[in-house]
Design a protein around this ligand. Structure first.
Ligand code: DC
Length: 261
């Protein structure tokens, strides 16, 4: 077997493609970046509040990959519809709007910077009216077709962690790693309210909106939120962020190992 003795005295197996696989005694992430010629596509799907964004951005940083939040693209289109006074129900007008828009995602340390026609709308697209609009514009098949094509272009070269609702089922059905991250609905709600520091009436309203959005995302006719049959199901209800990241890391490591032996 080809290999070398690592500094810690551990034998490191050197597979046919370049890079080294860590033995169990070596820290999980230490050698992940030593597979420069294997640029995986990692798909992370799940409902709001399951911890996708945090996990996707931490994972991308660990691997030196780009983290792309596909939901931000639906948010940007919803914002444009608001600004151009188009109905969230008018599929043709929305597609026309999308075709005439420049929606850019720029991976940043905490999530994505979102640009709409060159303007930074990162904060604006997180507001309540846009959040609801994003879920509503995303029910339309022609809007989804446009979005999916853009997302496929963005991730085609690999080296991406893309998160959303249909990444493992529609955008990248052949993704190297697919994760479906879920959590108990009450816990997801609490996490969201804590993140936004909401109490009282405001908290109740936001929780109700989250439930409605969840239902819409899971029951829409086109590409509803469902796990891909080959996705790893992870329930984060009683797991810490570190624990979720560790489990995903193991899966990625396994994938790299499998592709190199
Ligand atoms: O992930 P997010 O909360 O930013 O997504 C906003 C909305 O966009 C979500 O309610 C449903 C829609 N969406 C989608 O339909 N498909 C995706 N891949 C990502 C998001």
């Amino acid at each position: 077997m080809a290999g070398a003795w690592g500094r810690s005295g551990t034998f490191l197996y050197v597979p046919r493609c370049s890079g080294t696989l860590p033995s169990h005694r070596v820290e999980l992430w230490a050698h992940m970046n030593s597979f420069p010629d294997r640029k995986l596509i990692i798909a992370i799907d799940g409902p709001a509040g399951a911890g996708k964004s945090t996990m996707a951005s931490r994972l991308a940083r660990k691997l030196g990959y780009a983290n792309l939040e596909s939901g931000a693209m639906y948010r940007a289109l919803a914002l444009k519809a608001i600004e151009w006074d188009k109905s969230f129900d008018d599929e043709d007008a929305l597609v026309e709007l999308a075709r005439n828009s420049r929606i850019q995602l720029e991976p940043a340390v905490s999530g994505n910077r979102v640009l709409l026609d060159g303007r930074d709308v990162t904060q604006r697209v997180r507001e309540t009216d846009v959040t609801e609009g994003a879920s509503r514009v995303s029910v339309h098949p022609k809007v989804r077709e446009w979005m999916v094509a853009r997302q496929q272009e963005m991730g085609a070269g690999g080296g991406v962690v893309m998160e959303g609702r249909d990444i493992g089922t529609k955008v990248f059905p052949n993704a190297d790693v697919k994760i479906f991250l879920d959590a108990d609905p009450v816990v997801r709600e609490q996490r969201r309210l804590q993140q936004q520091n909401l109490r009282g009436n405001e908290a109740q309203l936001t929780a109700a909106e989250l439930r409605l959005r969840d239902k819409r995302d899971r029951t829409r006719a086109t590409s509803p939120l469902v796990p891909a049959p080959d996705a790893l199901m992870l329930d984060s209800t009683s797991l810490s962020e570190d624990e979720v990241l560790r489990r995903v890391g193991e899966l990625v490591q396994q994938k790299l190992a499998d592709s190199c032996v």
